[in-house]
Design a protein around this ligand. Sequence first.
Ligand code: HEM
Length: 406
Amino acid sequence: MTEVEGADTAPRFDPFSDEYFDDPYDLYRRMRDEAPVSYNDTYGFWALFRYDDVRAAHLDWQSFTSTHGVDLAMLSTDPELVRMYGLMIMMDPPDHERARALVGRVFTPRAVQALEPMVAEVIDAALASLDGASSFDAVADFSGPFPVEIICRMLGVPAGERQQIRHWLDHMLERRPGELGPTPEGMEAAVASWSYFVELTRHKRKHPGDDMISRLTEATVERDDGQTTRLSDEEIAGFIGLLGGAGAETVTKLVANAVVLFHRHPDQYARIVADPGLIPGAVEEVLRFLPPSQYQGRFSTRDSVVGGVTVPAGHPVLLVTGSATRDERAFDRADQFDIGRPPSQALGFGFGIHTCLGAALARMESRVAIEALARRFPALAVDESGCRRVQMSNVAGYARVPVHVS
Ligand code: HEM
């Protein structure tokens, strides 16, 4: 069949398609060039693809609110339901400031520095189990288990129950092509994890320890009516779910992405093996080149002109980080992986009021993990034919990365 003259050949971004899950980068380039501010009429959302537009939208929370949720399934439901979750990532000021202040102190760069010995111990234990192995899976055997172990230790989740949280999350974030919401297993996992967090909170009220959940049971917060009250079990369960989720999935993806990128760029791996001082820069470059969080969801509260196009009020809007950090308008040689790149504001941790609360922790965990990997395995090769990517909402990366070491 010949192509109909004048037929619509504009590129389309579908965040539930195999093209997106497998490798969206050619599509992102076309979106930036041909449709940088565009509407998807299948799912009814707008999306921004250029660095400057994504960055500006992050700063303009009055026009692009987080209160309708941050993934497409929530952005398409009743905002009153979203409000009931009580999660800071789905709040605007002043609620957002109050919620963030409750846990902010734990994640400052100084507080995070004090956690480094614990982080190094967890990471060394994970790698010690690979001693003598000639091959392993970078996700199942390394980058999957350690981040959830670290955040759960901070929260006060008992040993033995920590990995379960990651498995629940994997189900909750999974998306099938063409489907906006979670799978039936994902719904079951959401219910199971919620009940677990509420139970754990009740247990901590009776048996407090030196951990974040116990401290949250003591914390007070000023309500809209000016009254100050303690947090409810459900509010604390929300905190645990958010911190556990945000703290586990993303570092897993970043470290596995790093392993694949180092395999593809052995010269750059050799540089960090020879000089671990280059690793912090490498972490930033992995975050820019393959950001684990590919898009941030918002909802337009009023008409806004973005790049000359009017984004009307009343729609979900995706700020496509994965495209913004490869925008050749903002980065020299944007498609080249270069660990020696000068520092920049690359948006991989978001920007503005919702900038990743755990950024200092994530940077430290990733640095310590890559240092340990480079020390133990100065030569590694990935069997790319065995790699599998996740099919998830908002986050992207690998589910399986087979590695051979010599
Ligand atoms: C490489 C790892 C990580 C990446 C790529 C990442 C990415 C992001 C991004 C892009 C946002 C902004 C969301 C938005 O604007 O809607 C965010 C927010 C957040 N992140 Fe991370 N994150 C990482 C690790 C962590 C860790 C370790 C924690 C700690 C528990 C954490 C906790 C949070 C929280 C609580 C928020 C919400 C902040 C708010 O709403 O003010 N993240 N993260």
